[in-house]
Design a protein around this ligand. Structure first.
Ligand code: GDP
Ligand code: GDP
Length: 435
């Protein structure tokens, strides 16, 4: 599974700074799931091809020196969720009571711990580290997060401790379409999973694979192989009425990373709430193909349906590439159509295009609408090639592309998307200056 790294330490030691270094955080995936995670912040990152998840507990502050109860609760919860704990301390202020308190707790946990001394910039490392040797948490590691010093090697050492088991999935189902059914609690994930498995012609294999968190349910439908990554834990419960599975963001993030297609379930009857948007943000950031299921469509009168549709269009304008289905998991309405979109999204994400094809499209697009002049010279797009798939990446080469305005980039993206006729997957664009 994707390793989960928790950043803990008292306020102001530099957790958020390190979090931003670790994650690609275009927008840090801040998940404020009230009552569920309080102020923990989740992000995902990659070191080369190796994905990982980071949890930052820096959200609570106001207690510059001490570690108040809320902070401690945050840290403990993050430690519970994590495989690796980076315990940050401050090389400028040295060891404090709050550090000792956290260390005490950490020593009792059966977790891999890295004691990280931050803010060692402009200081004699020996002096900065002196206090921390006696904490009984191993050799302290000096870094300077703001200067990006020691950060990469720290991350490498953490990931090295977690062997990259490529074969996370049973080889039998390796060629299946893996779909993660995600959504906040109570939107109807369990009901949907049961409904999807109960569809006509669905043959569920006997042996679901389980990971620590989610359940992998392999099955066939019309002789096509699928695997549901069930974050709701349907199969673990004897029936749906039984104790509700604990909702976990880490579980959701891991499921997204392991999936080919994400099925985001939202509840039409409550409408889109912030938590839905956070889930959407996670999925978008991962670059996964996606299908949106607006559930509980039954029982809505036509007026309410219009309201829901309008709200969704307003809140998800950037999601026009994803198919959206209005379903009732409870009654089975439209669930069959979900499969069509899942198949389309899956093949869309694995699209392969030749350089020729992409360059032709690019030329047509440029002819329709030229890029602007910069300092008397026109920005020139030379050719396009595919830089990857899942999600597909289109790399455009040319001159002065770093000057290409955002509006023109959006025009290009839309035009390419139309010409390539892919649905269900994001397409990423990269711009390379030079040949
Ligand atoms: P958090 O409360 O633990 O999340 O800490 P922040 O990441 O918000 O950092 C607290 C302060 O320490 C900020 O003003 C940072 O700029 C500063 N800081 C973080 N890392 C370093 C570092 O490596 N060196 C120095 N000198 N300052 C740092
Ligand atoms: P989960 O927490 O996302 O797995 O949600 P569940 O599948 O446990 O469903 C939560 C509640 O919503 C249950 O009471 C379900 O019966 C109900 N529910 C699920 N799907 C539908 C639906 O399509 N229509 C209606 N009206 N209720 C539904």
């Amino acid at each position: 599974m994707t390793p989960v790294i928790a950043l803990v330490g008292r306020p102001n030691v530099g957790k958020s700074t390190l979090f931003n270094r670790f994650t690609r955080s275009r927008d840090a995936l801040v998940a404020d799931f009230s009552g569920l995670t309080r102020d923990r912040k989740y992000g995902d990152g990659k070191l080369e091809d190796r994905p990982f998840i980071v949890i930052d507990t820096g959200g609570v502050s106001g207690f510059e020196e001490g570690l108040d109860a809320a902070m401690a609760e945050q840290s403990f919860a993050a430690i519970d969720e994590a495989d690796a704990v980076l315990f940050l301390v401050d090389g400028v202020t040295g060891l404090t009571g709050a550090d000792a308190f956290l260390a005490e707790h950490l020593r009792k946990q059966n977790k891999k711990i890295w004691l990280v001394v931050n803010k060692t910039d402009g200081r004699d490392p020996d002096v900065a580290m002196a206090d921390f040797h006696e904490m009984g948490l191993g050799e302290p590691i000096p870094i300077a997060a703001t200067h990006n010093r020691g950060v990469l090697s720290l991350l490498e050492s953490v990931l090295e401790a977690f062997p990259d088991d490529e074969e996370r999935i049973d080889p039998m189902t390796d060629d299946s379409i893996r779909m993660a059914i995600i959504g906040r609690p109570n939107v109807g994930k369990s009901t949907l999973v049961n409904r999807m498995l109960g569809e006509d012609r669905v043959v569920v294999y006997d042996q679901p694979g389980t990971t620590m968190d989610s359940i992998y349910i392999p099955f066939e439908r019309f002789e096509k192989k699928y695997t549901i990554i069930d974050t709701a834990g349907v199969r673990r419960r004897k029936n749906i009425k039984e104790a509700v599975e604990k909702f976990s963001i880490v579980k959701t993030l891991q499921a997204i990373q392991d999936a080919n297609v994400v099925v985001l379930v939202v509840d039409a009857q409550t409408g889109l709430v912030d938590q839905d948007m956070h889930m959407l943000g996670f999925a978008l950031d991962s670059g996964r193909a996606m299908v949106i299921a607006i559930n509980k469509w039954d029982g809505l009168d036509p007026y309410m349906k219009d309201q829901v549709k309008e709200a969704i269009d307003r809140k998800m304008p950037f999601m026009d590439w994803a198919d959206m289905h209005f379903i009732s998991a409870k009654h089975g309405t439209n669930v069959g159509h979900l499969y069509e979109s899942i198949d389309t999204a899956y093949s869309g994400a694995r699209s392969k295009w030749s350089t020729n094809q992409l360059t032709n499209i690019m030329q047509g697009v440029v002819e329709m609408h030229q890029p602007p002049m910069i300092g008397g010279r026109r920005i020139k797009l030379r050719y396009a090639h595919q830089g990857g798939s899942n999600p597909p990446v289109v790399v455009i080469h040319g001159n002065k592309l770093d000057k290409l305005p955002g509006s023109y980039k959006r025009y290009l993206e839309n035009a390419f998307r139309k010409a390539l006729k892919v649905r269900g997957t994001p397409i990423r664009f990269e711009f390379k200056v030079g040949d």
